[in-house]
Design a protein around this ligand. Structure first.
Ligand code: HAM
Length: 419
């Protein structure tokens, strides 16, 4: 038997309901905020991710699925959604459109060669948004609150926004200098990955999972002490708007994010209860230099992405949404004449927005009753040749347990007015 690749799983039955529920909530919230849908390819030219996510990031250095296609091109399965959206924005000259800023949302699978565990997969699904063309703290607050409201709808009152700023390049450079100076004498006490990060991207050390509890990192200088006036003011404005919008946040100076493209505001959505490796259900930030670094015009941008798989796990534990099957009508038929009537009736009902089903396994009446129960059918239509000859149809309302014979011509109206 061929089995699924390591780090992947099939979404079906109960999982499929959770998956669709999460996507539906997100899509309707994104549409209320006036965001447009975008779909970009699942594979892209390898260099796209090296130039965006960053050569030294964990994602690019250890986790991408890279391969040569049959035309000898270097291809990478997307590890995240932002790079593809930015590539598409530039390639399709969206910066020249009249409606600005460009507010886009997406949902789909991403691929990271990580060590699989609960809530961490090699094929993962994210939903997210990217706003291109606005540098306003208003948009930072909008993006954060859109994610927050989506998560609140899905998870209830269980999410806090952990927020920080990386400041502008002047603030960041000053901070990097102070951090390097502080860390240099302690290098031997850090993990081997951090010793490499010290050379390539010292800020990333603050994000280390291994050294998280190391007092050296806990006592390290904080970015918030190195912000210049403009960066501090910007950050304060974002926080003011978040308070105005009633978003629960906590400033956390150790959030630096694992991807290279961020500046100014960065944030993570963290669960208030059950904190573990998978309690970060989403993350994002501003990335004002990315469009230009990929050859587009200088364009400020901000976005977030949430992990759908993690949200599914949490929802499943809580079991708060109704995932039981239910249909409006189950139609029962045993002989050929009744069956022909059943498929015609089902067609009429389906085109009148009535959810219905009937037996296709040649089962007897008793088994059909059982199937109707399993599907939680609200009404049963029990066809029989004698009734049909008189133009009548037997209907049983499973809620009131009332059974009656109805004129065939009136059956649709009857069901519609009794749902
Ligand atoms: P990220 O932090 O790499 O950011 O991923 C966002 C979320 O995806 C994480 O918080 C987590 O919930 C989920 N996630 C990541 N890796 C896995 C995995 N292996 N298995 C299951 N879930 C996972 C980004 O991807 C950025 N593109 C976010 C962004 C958008 N920044 C600006 N715009």
């Amino acid at each position: 038997m061929i089995t699924k690749p390591k780090g992947t799983y099939d979404i079906y039955n109960e999982d499929a309901k959770y998956y669709q529920y999460i996507n539906n909530v997100f899509e309707s919230v994104a549409s209320l905020y006036n965001y447009e849908y975008i779909r970009t390819p699942i594979f892209e030219d390898t260099s796209l991710f090296h130039r965006t996510v960053g050569e030294t990031s964990d994602i690019v250095s250890k986790e991408t699925y890279d391969f040569k296609d049959r035309g000898d091109r270097s291809i990478t399965l997307r590890p995240e959604g932002t790079a593809g959206v930015v590539r598409s924005y530039i390639e399709n000259k969206m910066y020249g459109e009249i409606n600005q800023p460009k507010k886009l949302y997406y949902s789909g699978t991403m691929y990271r060669y990580e060590r699989p565990q609960a809530g961490r997969y090699r094929e993962l699904s994210q939903f997210g948004v990217e706003v291109l063309g606005s540098d306003s703290p208003l948009i930072d607050a909008e993006v954060i609150s859109l994610a927050y409201r989506t998560l609140e709808t899905i998870l209830g009152d269980n999410v806090t926004v952990m927020i920080n700023t990386l400041g502008d390049s002047e603030s960041r450079n000053n901070y990097r200098e102070a951090l390097v100076k502080y860390l240099e004498p302690h290098l031997n006490e850090l993990c081997s990955d951090c010793q490499n990060r010290f050379k390539t991207n010292p800020l990333r050390i603050l994000d280390c999972k291994v050294d998280k509890e190391n007092p050296i990192l806990k006592n390290a200088p904080k970015i918030t002490d190195y912000l210049n006036e403009a960066s501090q003011k910007r950050f304060d404005q974002v926080l003011d708007y978040l308070r105005l919008l009633d978003v629960d946040y906590e400033v956390n100076p150790s959030i630096v994010r694992g991807l290279d493209y961020y500046n100014h505001v960065v944030f993570e959505f963290s669960l208030n209860e059950g904190v573990n490796a998978t309690s970060i259900v989403g993350a994002g930030g501003r990335y004002n230099n990315l469009v230009e670094s990929l050859g587009g015009p200088s364009t400020p941008a901000v976005g977030f992405a949430c992990g759908i798989d993690r949200l599914m796990l949490i929802l499943k534990e809580k079991k708060e949404i109704d995932i039981n099957p239910n249909i409006d009508v189950y139609i029962m038929a045993v002989n050929e004449e009744e069956r022909t009537k059943a498929i015609l009736l089902a067609q009429d009902m389906r085109w009148s927005d009535i959810k219905c089903d009937y037996d296709t396994l040649d089962k007897g009446l008793k088994a059909q009753f059982k199937q109707a129960d399993r599907l939680n059918a609200r009404h049963l239509i029990i066809l029989n040749s004698e009734d049909l000859a008189k133009g009548l149809i037997t209907v049983k309302d499973n809620l009131t347990h009332e059974e009656q014979k109805i004129d065939e011509a009136e059956i649709l109206d009857y069901i519609i007015s009794n749902l």
